[in-house]
Design a protein. Structure first.
Lengths: 332, 277
């Protein structure tokens, strides 16, 4: 038996989560799978395409319940994207599901040309993204995907932070008439949103108001931003937290408000510091003439340390403790 | 339309292709001329699609995987009435919709292609969609023989065989030349027929300039339960003596004098054909 995965949260972080009433949900990928089955039962035109990835994509139940709505292409990611595009061009609502590391590198040209340039209403689901595969190493990490996808025209790029955002992102994608890419990790996630929260692609969600430090996070890092903000509140700092679930198109208005109303901005992402949301946010701020103390927390340009996702996050400071330190230093 | 009438049309289409490349100052001359007879047969005899039915979900689909031979495709589409023939003179010009590879901005173009090895996977998606819907439409794609070095073709070839896609036809423009020279020297890919058969395809080999043979090979799937691969043996630069079988005409653009000579040769061919009508 392998050792249990280390926890993503220290006891102190868990205590903060409990204090603010966060409830642990399931993996966003499980939420994706459940939502897709629900949508596919109502829409026989919804087709999932997998590259021997139905297990890692949590689509086993989909395959069992709706075998005629699943196309298996084998371990062939280029073919997966091309077929997903062709299905969409012929009137299907197609979802191509494959690990982000392969999908956004090996088949990047198919994403660019067959989906985005040809402008077909297909959705790609990047599974086990970022460093979700942990100790499997850099072959299985996708720390470049925001950078490459941001530079491709005609794509909505979403990285949900919790089960709610995951569900809403898939519902959005199912209705979209344009290309969409949704990026999922595979860890169980705390629920971050209140029941009345509305999800709109392209609009960041403010999880916490504040005017000292603005944390702008995306995907599975957002929970750490929220915990850091709550921790810093006990130290007298009132921090804002934005879930920047849509990386493209970018919500410039929310970013500019944060930059103008807060004393500092910290961006957080499970991605290389090169070409990710940090540089995107910096670009928005600089071009609007907003100058504010600023830090990008992500993965430095080095061979990634070995470990589980939780180990790697902690190593690079994507944790309540790490982010609190960065933020406090910026406004000291 | 008789074979002879189609051959006469092909002369006109070759003229238009060469004029368009000359006006554009860019283009893919050799491969356009090698696949032109195939396109002529497809659009005038095989494909159940027209400018009026292009939006119909049940139309036949043609995706040109060897997107660089776009000038020939544009010439055929213009001739079929998808857009005015005068538009051919705007190819590659500043702000023209007529890009140097196929785009869906142009009526009659199904998908944006040009990077090689993309057409077949896309067509598999379309053919699967037809099977799912019980629709009778057929899906066709044209691949260059040099293009077959792209590995994505073989991922797709495997999938088409696996899914028994007898509504899918691949046509290989087998002119045996590519930009750097002879395909057998650049990256040998023979025997093509055995390779495709091994992947579960029904294979037919024809002359890509023989209208009767092309029509016969493309009119129906070769075998129930199998995708069809038509290996069309062609001549790169077909129809212009000094362009035939010369690799440099892959993307060579004729000078004014060369265009004049080429058009004169085509005019002579036209006169011969008319004399025989």
């Amino acid at each position: 038996m392998s050792a249990p995965a280390p926890s993503m949260f220290t006891p102190a972080a868990k205590a903060v989560a409990e204090k603010i009433g966060l409830k642990m949900g399931r993996a966003n990928l499980d939420e994706f799978s459940a939502t897709l089955i629900e949508l596919a039962k109502a829409n026989p035109n919804l087709i999932a395409v997998t590259s021997d990835s139905r297990g890692s994509g949590k689509l086993g139940p989909f395959a069992q319940a709706l075998p005629k709505q699943l196309v298996e292409v084998g371990i062939a990611e280029q073919n997966l994207v091309g077929i997903t595009a062709g299905l969409a061009a012929a009137g299907k609502k197609s979802f191509g599901v494959s690990p982000s590391c392969f999908l956004t590198a090996r088949s990047l040209e198919q994403i660019k040309n067959d989906i985005c340039y040809s402008d077909v209403p297909a959705t790609l689901i990047g599974i086990s993204s970022g460093v979700s595969y942990g100790a499997l190493g850099s072959t299985h990490h996708s720390l470049h995907d925001f950078a490459v996808l941001r530079a491709i025209n005609n794509l909505t790029l979403i990285a949900p932070a919790d089960n709610f955002e995951s569900r809403e992102a898939i519902r959005f994608a199912a209705k979209a008439t344009k290309p969409v890419f949704v990026r999922f990790g595979k860890a169980a996630m705390f629920g971050l949103h209140r029941a009345e929260t509305k999800f709109e692609a392209g609009k960041a969600i403010t999880l916490r108001e504040g005017d000292d430090v603005a944390f702008i996070g995306t995907g599975e890092t957002v929970v750490h931003c929220l915990l850091a903000a709550e921790f810093l509140a006990t130290k007298g700092l009132n921090c804002r937290v934005l879930s920047l679930h849509t990386i493209k198109p970018l919500d410039a208005a929310s970013i500019l408000r944060a930059g103008r109303e807060c004393r500092a901005v910290v961006t957080v992402e499970e991605h290389s510091v090169n070409g990710g949301i940090g540089e995107a946010v910096a670009s928005v701020l600089m071009q609007a003439g907003v100058s504010v103390p600023f830090r990008i927390v992500g993965f430095p340009d080095e061979e990634t340390v070995t470990g589980a996702q939780a180990d790697i996050f902690r190593h690079y400071g994507i944790s309540m403790e790490g982010l609190s330190k960065v933020a406090a230093k910026l406004v000291k | 339309m008789t074979d002879r009438e189609l051959q006469l049309k092909a002369v006109h289409l070759r003229q238009k292709t060469l004029e368009a490349i000359y006006e554009a100052g860019a283009g893919h001359t050799g491969g356009g001329l090698s696949c032109l007879d195939i396109l002529n047969v497809l659009y005038n005899r095989i494909l159940k699609v027209s400018p009026e039915t292009f939006g119909s979900p049940t139309r036949d689909r043609y995706v040109q995987s060897k997107g660089h031979s776009v000038e020939a495709l544009y010439a055929v589409l213009a001739d079929r009435g998808y857009f005015p023939e005068a538009d051919l003179k705007t190819i590659c010009h500043y702000k023209s919709h007529y890009v140097g590879h196929p785009t869906r901005h142009i009526p009659g173009i199904e998908m944006n292609t040009g990077a090689l090895g993309h057409g077949l996977p896309i067509c598999i998606g379309m053919a699967l969609a037809a099977k799912m819907d019980g629709a009778a439409f057929r899906v066709f794609t044209l691949l260059g023989d040099g293009e077959l070095a792209e590995g994505s073709n073989w991922e797709a070839a495997m999938a088409a065989g696996h899914y028994d896609l007898d509504n899918l036809t691949v046509i290989i423009d087998h002119n045996t030349l590519q930009i750097s020279g002879h395909t057998r020297d650049v990256m040998s890919n023979e025997p093509l027929d055995e390779k495709w058969r091994a992947f579960g395809w029904a294979v037919k080999t024809v002359s890509g300039h023989d209208y009767a043979a092309l029509t016969e090979a493309l009119s129906q799937p070769a075998e129930a339960g199998k995708p069809t691969c038509v290996i069309a043996n062609t001549v790169k630069g077909r129809g212009v003596s000094f362009m035939e079988n010369v690799a440099k005409w892959h993307h060579g653009v004729p000078s004014e004098a060369e265009l004049k000579q080429a058009l004169a040769e085509l005019a002579a061919a036209e006169a011969t054909l008319k004399g025989a009508l």
